[in-house]
Design a protein around this ligand. Structure first.
Ligand SMILES: NC(=O)c1ccc[n+]([C@@H]2O[C@H](COP(=O)([O-])OP(=O)(O)OC[C@H]3O[C@@H](n4cnc5c(N)ncnc54)[C@H](O)[C@@H]3O)[C@@H](O)[C@H]2O)c1
Length: 361
């Protein structure tokens, strides 16, 4: 089964294709292409006599300090304005490729093959790059969508349980954020880490078609798209404080649970709308599939968590900005002044989630 649709963006529309075995038809060593890929795929790709830059996918790889050596490498490989970049990898490779394609000789065309479920279901559309600076995650970046997104579903077959759960946490978040029937459709599919490729393909289509509304309505993240930050402000803080042992989507899952706890203290009350209870139940079900979770959480210090939370780029000088479910069960952007009272609410919410996720200390 193959699915195809297009996304309208300020730089022109781009196509998204979800299918099987589409990588080989795209690569052509006689064409002026440069592959930027996750190092795990580089050996096979190099065999094709293609120009390849392989990168080990971790947070250090997407730091600003590493960008100049990639760009120099591109120059030495003869990359020019007509070269097409083909990026193959998860969110780390996508962030790097978006950034270097956008600045190299003031911009090159690029195509993207996401290889993680998180990349397939979420980050491959929307055009954002997020680059780390020092200890600050995703501090800088820009919008530069690929001209072509190709989701080769075969890549899910080699993903670990934690990678699958990470992608599913982003999928449930997007579907919950949507105002259409996406969330009900997600719950009907009831995906888990052991779901079949067929079910995961349906989840990918559902996630991308739901996200499409947000990015076409508000491409540059000024209003509606900000709701997709649900779980991220808390999640990013946990991810940084865990020194990135927590995979991104799993941190977002924990972040959604924290946001629900905060919402209760902010007036949602003890009686959560059914929609929110279903989300909470769905996220907990996904997270219990990850046996390493208590160990990762155990290594987080409260001071580092606080430091990372306070330095989130979405906050203003005086207020925390978080996305929480409102009393009707739909997401709202909530401002909280940075006083001790609100930090205590947040800390209590984080504590509740950590304890329920099996934190030992
Ligand atoms: N730009 C955006 O819109 C956006 C959105 C969400 C997340 N992100 C960023 O993406 C990063 C997280 O990305 P991610 O979770 O996609 O993973 P990743 O790129 O960090 O990769 C995670 C691990 O999976 C491995 N891997 C990749 N594909 C595989 C496959 N098919 N089979 C087996 N292993 C595979 C990688 O080698 C790596 O070890 C974070 O830095 C996050 O900030 C960016």
């Amino acid at each position: 089964m193959s699915e195809c649709f297009s996304i309208t963006a300020a730089t022109g529309s781009y196509s998204v294709e979800i299918s099987e075995d589409i990588l080989t038809s795209k690569l052509d060593s006689t064409k002026d292409q440069l592959i930027i890929c996750d190092e795990m795929f580089a050996p096979t790709l190099r065999d094709n006599e293609s120009r390849v830059i392989g990168i080990v996918a971790n947070e250090a790889a997407k730091s600003i300090d590493r960008m100049s050596s990639i760009i120099e490498n591109m120059r030495q490989m003869g990359v020019n304005r007509n070269t097409e970049i083909v990026a193959i990898g998860g969110g780390v490779i996508q962030d790097i490729a978006t950034f270097v394609a956008s600045v190299y000789m003031r911009g090159l065309k690029w195509a993207y093959f996401p290889t993680t479920l998180l990349g397939m279901v979420d980050s491959c559309i929307g055009g954002k790059s997020s680059i780390n600076v020092g200890k600050y995650k995703n501090l800088i970046g820009n919008f530069y969508p690929p001209h072509n997104v190709l989701v080769d579903i075969r890549y899910v077959e080699t993903l670990s349980v934690e990678q699958r759960v990470s992608g599913l946490c982003e999928a449930i978040k997007i579907c919950f954020a949507g105002r259409s029937d996406s969330f009900e459709r997600y719950l009907e599919l009831s995906p888990s880490a052991t779901a079949s490729t067929d079910v995961l393909q349906k989840v990918i289509y559902l996630g991308l078609s739901t996200k499409r509304w947000f990015i076409e309505t508000d491409e540059h993240d000024q209003k509606e798209r900000q709701l997709l930050n649900f779980g991220h402000t808390f999640g990013h803080a946990m991810e940084s404080a865990s020194k990135f042992s927590l995979p991104h989507g799993i941190a977002v899952g924990l972040g959604m649970l924290t946001a629900i706890e905060c919402a209760k203290s902010l007036g949602l009350g003890a009686d959560m709308p059914q929609r929110v209870s279903s989300l909470r139940h769905g996220v907990i079900k996904l997270l219990t599939e990850v046996p390493e979770l208590p160990t990762w959480l155990n290594d987080i210090s409260v001071d580092e968590l606080k430091d990372a939370f306070f330095s989130d780029k979405k906050h203003t000088e005086r207020e925390f900005i978080v996305v929480v479910p409102g009393a009707d069960g739909y997401l709202v952007r909530q401002k909280m002044d940075k006083g001790d009272k609100n930090w205590a609410i947040i800390l209590r919410a984080l504590g509740t989630v950590f304890v329920s996720a099996g934190r030992l200390a």
